[in-house]
Write a protein that binds this ligand. Structure first.
Ligand SMILES: [Zn+2]
Length: 405
């Protein structure tokens, strides 16, 4: 699907919430309802501060009716089954998901299954799944990575951001930036596949490298790096609230790049930092925020690239798209995003295991940095405990040089 064909409306609402939402519903829902009076919309919300905000909507949008707000505590198969039954019973025409990742994922899943449009109103920037065509749904309590769904039809961005979210959970904003930091890594791995194919190697790849989409995905992160750099040069501090808008727009851009590929693919967004984060999800009894874990994984990947990659600079470069370990670590320090695994309460042992397990997680997906080191690097590198320990010590050394620790 080309991006132009992918109709994801992004509506920014600053005032007149009711009028603006009604206008959006009239545009995308009304044409499909064929004269149904007061078409019914399924309203989903989270259990945190977003609940209050979601409750306001039915009172302000009188032309449409709503189901009782459904509070989503878990994105699991049980919740989805219950909602699918309700959707059938109430004869809904669309879904409105207000909340964080779990609420949006459940909405996308139910909407895809029930063939109804989904409109999302994200209240957290913890990850880039806002308008992606993937949803993480757990089955019987098991770890379940992600499944294919239809992307949402529209995204509502409500400004100012519900104040309660920014005040009580600044990490919900900052971790989105951690997630974005893996984009240059992701696109560099995608380009690596192309380089290997041009060398005549038989590497697996579901989606051919797309220069435009990789650029948009990398630029989404670069724009934020520039904002942080300018502020830092002026000696000004940055607050998470100032980052909400740029991080949200960047996450949406990345989601659109994933959804507009044919077939839809996480290739421009999910790099080696994501593999390390997925490994941590399995290792830690209580995984940390996705974006924070990805941020640490991305830093490790940048470090590995700079230290071990031996490819032609013109083709690939040690710093993909001019972004490397130091640039990202400095941005994290300035924006107060955890840059050391210990800041997340993760010990060396778990981190070493995550690095060792990351290549296994990526094995069935596509060619990546770890596979390159294992198979094509000369001499081949074993990604074992010794290697992982060397990486962590090397990163600590770099931080000492940078006066970070
Ligand atoms: Zn992510």
């Amino acid at each position: 699907m080309r991006e132009e064909d992918l109709e994801i409306e992004v509506v920014e609402i600053k005032k007149n919430l009711g009028r603006e939402i009604t206008k959006l519903f009239d545009k995308i829902i009304l044409p499909k309802t064929k004269g149904v009076e007061s078409p019914k919309i399924m309203l989903l919300n989270g259990s945190g501060p977003t609940k209050k905000f979601a409750k306001k909507i039915p009172k302000k949008v009188s032309k449409y009716s709503f189901t009782e707000p459904q509070e989503i505590k878990e994105a699991d198969s049980e919740t989805c089954t219950k909602l699918l039954e309700l959707a059938q019973k109430e004869n809904i025409v669309a879904l409105l998901s207000v909340g964080g990742g779990k609420v949006l994922d459940v909405g996308k899943f139910v909407g895809s299954y029930h063939k109804k449009s989904v409109i999302v109103c994200p209240t957290s920037t913890t990850h880039d799944g806002i308008c992606s065509s993937r949803a993480v749904i757990r089955k019987n309590g098991e770890y379940h990575r992600s499944i294919n769904v239809n992307p949402p039809r529209a995204v509502i961005l409500h400004w100012p951001w519900p104040e309660s979210c920014t005040k009580t959970h600044p990490e919900y904003i900052l971790s989105g930036l951690g997630d974005l930091s893996d984009k240059p890594n992701a696109c560099a791995d995608w380009l690596l596949t192309k380089v290997m194919q041009e060398r005549g190697e038989d590497v697996k790849e579901e989606t051919n490298f797309n220069k435009t989409k990789s650029k948009k995905s990398v630029d989404a992160f670069k724009e934020i790096l520039d904002i942080l750099k300018k502020k830092e040069e002026k000696g000004e501090a940055i607050t998470p609230v100032e980052l909400v808008k740029p991080v949200m727009h960047s996450l949406i851009t990345c989601g659109k790049q994933m959804s507009s590929l044919e077939p839809p693919s996480a290739r421009p967004a999910s790099g080696p930092g994501h593999l390390i984060s997925h490994a941590l999800d399995k290792i830690l009894p209580q995984p940390r925020l996705h974006g924070y874990q990805v941020g640490i994984g991305a830093l490790i990947s940048y470090y590995i690239r700079e230290k071990y990659l031996d490819l032609d600079e013109k083709l690939y470069g040690k710093k993909p798209y001019g972004i490397g370990f130091e640039e990202v670590a400095r941005a994290f320090k300035y924006a107060r995003i955890p840059k050391h695994w210990k800041e997340l309460g993760i010990d060396d042992g778990d981190m070493i295991n995550a690095i060792v397990e990351a290549p296994e997680i990526g094995k069935d997906r596509w060619f990546n940095l770890f596979e390159y080191l294992k198979e094509d690097h000369k001499p081949k590198i074993n990604i074992d405990g010794i290697f992982a320990n060397e990486i962590l010590s090397g990163i600590e050394e770099r931080y000492k040089e940078m006066y970070f620790i």
